[in-house]
Ligand binder design. Sequence first.
Ligand code: SAM
Ligand code: SF4
Ligand code: F3S
Length: 446
Amino acid sequence: MKFHVTAMGCQMNVGDGDWLTRALVSRGFTPAREDQAELFILFTCSVREKPEQKVASELGRIADRHGANPRAFVAVGGCVAQQCGTALWRRFPMVRLVFGTDGLAGAPAALARLADEPGLRLSLLDFTETYPERDQAWPDDRLPPKAFVSIMQGCDNFCAYCIVPFVRGRQKSRGLPAVLAEVEALAARGVREVTLLGQNVNSYGLDRAGDGTSFARLLDAVAAVPGIARIRFTTSHPKDLSDDVIARFAALPELCPALHLPVQSGSDAVLARMGRGYDRAAYRRLVDKLRQARPDIALTTDLIVGFPGETEADFRLTLDLVRDVGFDSGFSFMYGDRPATASERMEPKIAQDVKSARLAELQALLDERLAASLAAQVGRTTEVLIEGQSRREGPDGPSWRGRDPGGRIVNIALPGPGDVVGRFVRARIRQAKKHSLIGEAEADHD
Ligand code: SAM
Ligand code: SF4
Ligand code: F3S
């Protein structure tokens, strides 16, 4: 059966979608473009209202395009599935499987059954006590050079604004041997860069499900896997970023000089109401330590504007922090109430027009920061891991697209034919575009 996966929301969903793709291929399913597929798998997001609405519009669109095919059906996973459960069946008759985060491990078997039994519907929505291990029976084919590896599920932090702990459940770390087995299996299939995923990777191993391995020790172990040349991780909570992990930025050459460290606000009053567990000064100290360990580290962040009670002065403190830290880029979001969260009941709510104006001002500043960060790379020599062909065609042949160690996109023209995906190319940065860099190959090595 031909299937198509769409992953919305965060990288956790992208990683889960990649795993399910590999698991389905090993069961004889075939990945296909959306217009040719009969099984549609949506990994959904409910962190804000907009992504949640996107799920309904996507399901409506699939029903319009494929509803006439009696074999066609939909599986919905991720956070909206966990939140809405089997109510999705009633609204969208094409949906025959709903699965939550902990149900993912059982999804390949459930999908195989559904393909054979057209009258059936299934739900996999229970939370489990431990990390539900997923089978690693993968095809031997070469994989793309970059892969995500989930190291934990759920979150225990209950930041006041956030729905994630309600839809992803309590934090459950995966055991070290299972993580290493997956990284080794990926490396054997050509993967050179892994991104370790969790809502709060810094507290890896510290929950009941964990085997006592700290995140810093996990980094050491992953770095030692032959073939793995680059490691990234996301997301980091500042309150749990230990000195041991910071030291790894200096000690492990495989650990990329890039860190996404969501700060959310520059105001101590707002941070306290958000329940983030750190203040501005503590965050600033972390930045200093990180830069001491790795002066070239690219720092990115998440910011929320218009949290209940946020004053103009609070917002100015956020702008000030962005300038002060000199982030390389960041994501900014307008606060929105989410069901069951603590801030849903907090007052006063900030008016929509005030939130919009603050978001626009913050986004303009973050755009400036991104432009400055990209411009600063011009003239530097860097190493690019080639991920695929670029949409741009260079004058001397096909152009390729990859990332530098800081995670910036670099387009490079490489002379001659041949597939260079998965190779490292030394490049000099010639030009900065709005969201990417243009490089020139110096010499290539692998
Ligand atoms: N676990 C990560 C962390 O601790 O930062 C990521 C959490 S969430 C999946 C990604 C981002 O969405 C958050 O960092 C936050 O900026 C934003 N976000 C979460 N809830 C929100 C809400 N109710 N309104 C606006 N933005 C929100
Ligand atoms: Fe949400 Fe906070 Fe957990 Fe991140 S750490 S997922 S923002 S509750
Ligand atoms: Fe969205 Fe769930 Fe991720 S709410 S951001 S898909 S953890």
